[in-house]
Design a protein. Sequence first.
Length: 74
Amino acid sequence: MAKKKKARKKTAKAAKNRDVLVVASKVKAYVRDMDMNTSAEAISTLSERVYTLLDEAAQRTQANGRKTVKAQDI
């Protein structure tokens, strides 16, 4: 019988080790087109916002009995 893995809550330290979900060069180019600069913290914060959006969308998807995240979930 296979053992189930316990879900771990992400700590602040674990959150810092996540992959960046945005393409930094694209974000910087977009901001540069507005004649502004982008800090490194802005990229990581934007990525964290994407993680939050996806986590919330996944919860809505599960609540609706689906396994596919759709635009309406975001």
